[in-house]
Each structure stands twice: as structure tokens, then as C-alpha cells.
Design a protein around this ligand. Structure first.
Ligand SMILES: [Fe+2]
Ligand SMILES: [Fe+2]
Length: 196
């Protein structure tokens, strides 16, 4: 095992619940597998998968502390803290990856930062982590295996199904929809139309 992976395992085992730790390992395994199918660096996928939820168990106060002074770049920050603080964990995860583990690979950082809400112009690695997070082996939904198989055959189709399910969930629960999620949807749909 590479040194960086050891450091990450150590950190995650101390900062995440057991369930979240297992989930992170499952996401890393699936991300690695998808990376090998879609010609992406497997180690990058492994690291992004392991770290994607590294800030998931932070308290609201810790989130606020971490974002202090960075808030101006963050649209709707105070609303998100108030109504859906969980949405901050991807953004916080990027900061932890950068500052704690000195990761400077932009693609890994983007995959961590955008695994919940996506963004326009996502890379293949970003899509892999986005999908792997939603259909990792610990997820209980009935469509998990089907989407895992689809992601191996056609990553874009699986990505779009996951994005659709996430937006449906936000709407049915009446929770905050990040503007970046709307950007992701519009980017994917218009790009797809253009290619038809
Ligand atoms: Fe997450
Ligand atoms: Fe996750």
C-alpha cells in the first residue's frame, strides 16, 4: 500500500463513523473498477473515492470554522448552513484533501468537491466518483447492481440516471437544490442534445 493511502486510512478511521468508513472503502473499490473500464488512472480513482466523504462527520460548527474567510466564493452559504449543512461536506472534503494530505491534483480535488452536486464540464473521474458514491456496495436501493453494471458499460448513461435520481430526491423531500446541480443538469442535457 502506498504511503498516502496509509495516511488516508488512518485519518478516515479516526474521523468517520464505522459505517461511513466502510462506505468510503466501497466507493474507492468501485471507483477503481470503473476507472480501469474507462481508461482513468486507478490510483487517482482510489484516492478520490477514499477521500470523497472525509469531511462527512464534521459538525456544523466545524464546517463554519473551515469555511471562515472563504465564504465569498460560496453561493447561498448561510442558507445551506441553516437548512442543509450536509451539502457542505463535499466542499469541505476538498479543503481537507488539499490541506491535510497535500493533494494538488485538480482532477482528484474536483472529484471530491463535486461528488454530491456535480458541476458543468465534469471529467470522467468526477463522473466515476459521483456514480460510485451513489451505487457503492453498501447502498441498499434495489437498482444498485443494475446501475453498477450500466456504469461499467456506459458511464454517461449511469451518470445521468444518478443525477436524475438525486434531483428527484431533492424535489420530493423539499430540500435545498444547489445551483451547481442545476448547472450540471443543463450542461449534461444540452451537451447530449448537441451530440444527437
Ligand atoms: Fe458524500
Ligand atoms: Fe459518499
Amino acid at each position: 500500500m502506498k504511503n498516502i493511502e496509509k495516511q488516508i486510512f488512518n485519518y478516515l478511521s479516526k474521523h468517520l463513523t464505522h459505517k461511513r468508513f466502510e462506505h468510503s472503502c466501497n466507493v474507492a473499490t468501485l471507483a477503481r473498477e470503473l476507472a480501469s473500464k474507462h481508461n482513468v488512472d486507478a490510483l487517482k480513482a482510489q484516492i478520490a473515492g477514499l477521500l470523497h466523504d472525509c469531511a462527512k462527520c464534521m459538525s456544523n460548527d466545524e464546517f463554519v470554522g473551515l469555511f471562515n474567510g472563504r465564504r465569498k466564493t460560496f453561493k447561498h452559504f448561510s442558507k445551506i448552513v441553516k437548512f442543509s449543512p450536509n451539502l457542505l461536506h463535499s466542499f469541505a472534503g476538498e479543503i481537507v484533501a488539499k490541506e491535510k494530505f497535500k493533494i494538488n491534483d485538480k482532477d482528484i480535488l474536483n472529484a471530491i468537491k463535486n461528488h454530491t452536486q456535480g458541476r458543468s464540464k465534469m471529467s470522467v473521474l468526477e463522473k466515476i466518483v459521483f456514480v460510485a458514491d451513489f451505487v457503492s456496495n453498501d447502498r441498499k436501493m434495489r437498482y444498485v447492481k443494475k446501475l453498477q453494471n450500466l456504469a461499467k458499460q456506459n458511464l454517461d448513461k449511469a451518470f445521468f440516471e444518478v443525477l436524475t435520481k438525486k434531483i428527484e430526491h431533492v424535489i420530493s423531500e423539499g430540500i435545498i437544490l444547489l445551483p451547481q446541480t442545476v448547472d450540471t443538469w443543463n450542461w449534461y442535457v444540452s451537451n447530449n442534445k448537441k451530440n444527437k
